[in-house]
Design a protein around this ligand. Structure first.
Ligand code: PMP
Length: 355
C-alpha cells in the first residue's frame, strides 16, 4: 500500500486470482462460463475475417452489432449501448446515473461488483435484506432512493424475480433509475426488455459471456430509453474508452444471427441443471430454485468451505463465498452432463455422503 492511494482504493479487495487458474486439467464450475463452444457461425465469421482490416481502428459505435441487437430485441439502435463486457457497461452506468444525493438501493446479497463500483465512484448505497427464502423482495424498496439495481435472476442465488414485480417497482419509482442486470436471464428468467418502451426509467444489461459462450471476447450491452443510452455514450466518450474490437463485433454479430444454436445451448444447460438439482437433492443438499446456469446449494451437515476444499483436491472448482450468511453455500456452475456426473460421483465419495 502507498500513501498516495486514495481511501476508496485502500479498501478494495482484488478479485481472487484462484478463480481463473492457469492450469487446464480442472473441471471449472466456479465462474459461470458456458461449457459449450460458441456457435459454429462465430467460427466461420472469424475464419473469413479479412486480417488486412486489423490495421484500421474499429468503428467507434460498433454499428453492425447495435443493428443486430436492435433487430433481435425489436428495439431501435438508439436504445442499444455496447461495452467491453457487462462489467464495463455497469461501471459506466454507475458513473452516469447513480451519483445522487439519495442512496442507491440493492439487495444485501447480489453481484458483488455493485458495491465495488459504489466504493470506487463514491456512491452512497443501502442494502435491502432478502426475503427468508432468499428471493429479492422488491416491495421492501422504498421510493426514497437514488436508483435501484439488482440482478435478475439474482447472483449468486440464481432465483428469478417475476416480471410483474419489476413492472410494479418501475411504476412506483418513476423518478429514479431501475437497472436490471440480466446476465443470466437466458437460462429461464423473464427479460424486462419488453418494458423499455413504456418505462424511460428502466435500463437492462446483458452479457455475451454466459449464454453466448463468448466470455473471452468481453462483450456487454445495455438497453433502455434513448436518453439513458445517450448518457452512457456521453460518459464513455468523455474519456476515450475503448470501442469493441473488430473481432468481438464480428463474433457477436454471428452469434446473434444464429438463434437456433443459442436456444439449443440454453435448453441443454437448463436440462442439465434440472438433472443436477435432482441428484444434489438426493445427496441431501438444499438447492435454491435456479433460473440460471448455476445452482446455489448447501448441505445441512458439511460446511461450504470443507466441500469446496474436498472438490478442489479432486480437481473440481466450485465457488465458495466467505461471507456471513453465505458461507454454508456453494455456487456450482452447470457444465456438460459428463462434468456434472463427475461432480455427483465425486460428492458420492465424500465420507459423509457415501452410501
Ligand atoms: N453481472 C452479473 C450478475 C455477473 O455474474 C457477471 C459475471 N460475473 C457480470 C455481470 C459481468 O459479466 P461480463 O463482464 O463477463 O459481461
Amino acid at each position: 500500500m502507498s500513501k498516495f492511494w486514495s481511501p476508496a482504493i485502500q479498501s478494495l479487495v482484488p478479485y481472487t486470482p484462484g478463480e481463473q487458474p492457469k492450469v487446464l486439467d480442472l473441471i471449472k464450475l466456479n465462474t459461470n462460463e458456458n461449457p459449450y463452444p460458441p456457435s459454429p457461425a462465430v467460427n466461420e465469421a472469424l475464419c473469413s475475417f479479412a486480417i488486412e482490416r486489423l490495421r484500421l481502428y474499429p468503428d467507434p459505435d460498433s454499428s453492425q452489432l447495435k443493428q443486430a441487437l436492435a433487430q433481435y430485441h425489436q428495439l431501435s439502435e438508439d436504445q442499444v449501448f455496447l461495452g467491453n463486457g457487462s462489467d464495463e457497461v455497469l461501471a459506466l452506468a454507475f458513473m452516469a446515473f447513480f451519483r445522487q444525493s439519495k442512496p442507491l438501493l440493492m439487495p444485501a446479497v447480489t453481484y458483488s461488483f455493485y458495491q465495488v463500483y459504489c466504493d470506487l465512484f463514491q456512491i452512497q448505497f443501502r442494502c435491502e435484506p432478502l426475503a427468508d427464502d432468499f428471493s429479492i423482495d422488491l416491495s421492501r424498496y422504498s421510493e426514497q432512493n437514488g436508483g435501484i439495481i439488482f440482478a435478475n435472476p439474482n447472483a449468486p442465488t440464481g432465483i428469478p424475480v417475476p416480471l410483474t414485480e419489476i413492472e410494479a417497482l418501475l411504476q412506483r419509482n418513476r423518478d429514479s433509475l431501475v437497472l436490471v442486470d440480466e446476465a443470466y436471464v437466458d437460462f429461464g428468467g423473464e427479460s424486462a426488455i419488453g418494458l423499455i418502451d413504456r418505462y424511460p426509467n428502466l435500463l437492462v444489461t446483458h452479457t455475451f459471456s454466459k449464454s453466448r459462450s463468448l466470455a473471452g471476447l468481453r462483450i456487454g450491452a445495455a438497453f433502455g430509453h434513448p436518453e439513458l443510452i445517450a448518457g452512457l455514450e456521453r460518459v464513455k466518450n468523455s474519456f476515450n474508452s475503448y470501442p469493441l474490437d473488430m473481432l468481438a463485433v464480428t463474433a457477436a454479430v454471428a452469434s446473434v444471427q444464429d438463434d437456433a444454436y443459442f436456444r439449443d445451448i440454453c435448453q441443454r444447460i437448463i436440462s442439465t441443471r434440472e438433472s443436477t438439482v435432482c441428484a444434489l437433492k438426493q445427496l441431501g443438499f438444499d438447492v435454491l430454485p435456479s433460473a440460471s446456469n448455476f445452482v446455489f446449494v448447501r448441505h445441512p451437515s458439511i460446511t461450504g468451505s470443507d466441500l469446496m476444499q474436498f472438490l478442489r483436491e479432486r480437481k473440481l472448482l466450485v465457488r465458495h463465498f466467505n461471507r456471513p450468511g453465505l458461507d454454508a453455500f456453494l455456487r456450482i456452475t452447470i457444465g456438460t452432463d459428463a462434468e456434472m456426473q463427475t461432480l455427483i460421483d465425486t460428492l458420492h465419495s465424500h465420507p459423509q455422503l457415501a452410501g
